[in-house]
Design a protein. Sequence first.
Length: 185
Amino acid sequence: MNKKLTCIGGAVCNEKLSASLIFAEGQDLTHQNKEVLWEIFEAIGINWSNTIYDSNNQRSSWYEMLKAKTENPPNYTGEYVNAIYVINELKAMYGKGGAYKKLFFESGVDNNAPPTTRLAHCKIYVVNEFIRMQITAGGFKSWGAKYGGEQAKNYHGFLGGTRYNRISKVRAYDPDAANLKNDQT
């Protein structure tokens, strides 16, 4: 049985758009735009309770991703500005905490269908991208730490860890030992 999903939000969220990227060539994000987008990214870890320091340890990597997505084709600036309109409407309707819970868990957006509303564009092109970035940058290495769980010691995300090399390696790779082992088999 196919169940029709009901989308959240009001007039802004449910405004119809083309499924293609929102055109915004030549438009730049302001500092205030970036702060609102950061709040969306930060809310992912807060709602899942899976990051330390409210994701601030990922902020520089997030800024690099944002810069790459707005300075190279395809330009996501229009999508990011749209997400700001959507989250502002949701906050006005549900309050700050309620807006993020609705957006992340009860949006009614079908991730497999073309995004044809402002809300769907926000969820598919921005929120889902931020979630992927949060996970690949190691968001789940702190899962449960907030509630007494242990922080992972050797897990640094799918990217293989921090680019600052602050944590010692588990073991060093020795190519001569690997070749010797292959020669013996």
